[in-house]
Design a protein around this ligand. Structure first.
Ligand SMILES: *Cc1c(COP(=O)(O)O)cnc(C)c1O
Length: 437
């Protein structure tokens, strides 16, 4: 499979290059040159296939023979080596729990797939590879765990001091080994600027092989298709109608992967883009006018995005046809107050505890089902509620039980190096780190 740059269609690359480079010229995103169709027999009889086989079949056509079949089968199996159950909350609404991975958020799936592909492609590389990533919370943990102990790879994560939650901080800083965490005296934008400077610094790039693990990378984006097919496998056991699929969205990578499975032949009734107060896409769907905004801070912070990167991939999927897109996707925006209210009500009525991101999705799906009676669907549960204990306790006045693995993690020592927003400090760190090898 070849991928073209959405900003410059002449630039086409293979899967390996797209994975290593992350983006093309002019910061353009890569997009597959064709949409491979699912075999009809396969998609209508998912119960006959193991989860590992489904994961492999979701990815195979996008990779061709760039990774040998046996290696890809292993990568696919490791990517989903935790449970992904579809649970009924009430008669109309189910939840696909995507948060049973090592960092308790759905980003684990993409990060695990990407880390294993990168290490496969770079195995003959002489230089050690440094994966540099700035995080506002969830991405850093998933990337750290995805690359932990992967031979030949160092990970350096920059995070803003005092601005990530206690759980998120431990997920970044307790691993050690090939993972280094830099605590930056600044905010997330400062971290991101330092990373960008490093990518354009000649002396760093002559010494180190730098690559990035941000979410626009196709090897983090494409494996998200697997959730939707695994959900459908469980859905088909009990339901006869096609599901309405509701996705809590920020950078729109996840829902874009879901729409890709729809174009490949996955039966779905409709998609819902569930947003917090950052409502650029719901606004676009109402007005046919795309207007990026400054991101607002909310309690579903992983969705605080004012100009979603993957929106351009969605437009490409729909051939830039607004009417087709509007018929397939509905957008809703839910503010913090309604998010807390939803957590409270769902706990009271059904005894189920939602995290703030999944609560935004629940609220959106309820709205849609109210406007479209007789339909049923599921939401994607993107984070475990223990990652956001303050919001959940505030909403429902319940103390949530901390899983054992997380308790162990919280007892571990935090290992960080503190730096200022001065680029020379980051540069010194990276070059010294490289000398140690
Ligand atoms: C990243 C994230 C999202 C948003 O996913 P996108 O692919 O960026 O739309 C939603 N929920 C949680 C918990 C996240 O970490």
């Amino acid at each position: 499979m070849k991928y073209y740059n959405l900003k410059d269609k002449q630039e086409t690359v293979d899967f390996k290059t797209a994975t290593i480079k992350s983006q093309g010229s002019q910061k353009g995103l890569f997009f597959p040159e064709r949409i491979p169709q699912f075999d009809e027999e396969f998609i209508n009889n998912l119960h006959l296939y193991s989860d590992e086989e489904i994961a492999f079949r979701c990815m195979k056509d996008f990779i061709g023979d760039e990774i040998p079949e046996e290696v890809l089968k292993n990568i696919a199996a490791e990517t989903i080596s935790f449970e992904i159950p579809l649970k009924k909350i009430n008669e109309q609404i189910s939840i696909l729990e995507l948060f049973h991975g090592p960092t308790l958020a759905f980003k684990d799936v993409g990060a695990r797939f990407m880390s294993r592909c990168l290490s496969y492609f770079l195995q003959d590389q002489q230089k050690k590879v440094t994966v540099l990533v700035a995080t506002s919370g969830d991405t850093g943990g998933a990337v750290a765990h995805g690359f932990y102990n992967v031979p030949g790879i160092n990970v350096v994560i920059l995070y803003p001091k005092n601005r990530v939650s206690a759980v998120q901080e431990k997920q970044l800083t307790a691993l050690g080994g090939n993972i280094s965490a830099l605590e930056v005296n600044g905010n997330f934008d400062d971290c991101q600027n330092l990373v960008k400077q490093a990518f354009s610094d000649e002396s760093i790039n002559s010494e180190l092989f730098l690559t990035s693990a941000n979410s626009i990378n196709i090897s983090r984006w494409l494996p998200q298709q697997i959730y939707y097919v695994l959900a459908l496998k469980q859905w088909q056991k009990h339901e006869h109608e096609n599901p309405v699929i509701c996705v809590p969205s920020g950078n729109f990578g996840n829902i874009c992967a879901g729409l890709l499975t729809y174009f490949r032949g996955l039966p779905a009734e409709h998609f819902i883009a569930a947003c917090n107060e950052n409502d650029v896409v719901p606004d676009y769907l109402k007005t046919n006018h795309y207007q990026p905004k400054k991101a607002l801070a909310t309690i579903s912070n992983a969705m605080d995005v004012g100009d979603p990167s993957n929106f351009t991939r969605i437009m490409e999927l729909f051939g830039h046809q607004f009417d087709t897109l509007k018929n397939m996707i509905t957008g809703y925006s839910t503010d913090d107050e309604s998010t807390l209210q939803t957590i409270k009500e769902v706990h009271e009525k059904y005894g189920y505890i939602l995290d703030p991101h999944s609560a935004v999705a629940f609220d959106s799906l309820e709205k849609y089902l109210h406007e479209n009676p007789g339909k049923k669907g599921f939401i994607l549960g993107t984070a475990h509620p223990v990652k956001f204990p303050e919001a959940v306790e505030k909403a429902a006045h319940i103390k949530i039980e901390i899983p054992e693995a997380l308790n162990d993690l919280m007892k571990q020592e935090k290992k960080t190096v503190e730096i200022n927003t001065d680029f020379e400090e980051l540069k010194r760190f990276l070059l010294n780190k490289n000398q140690e090898q």
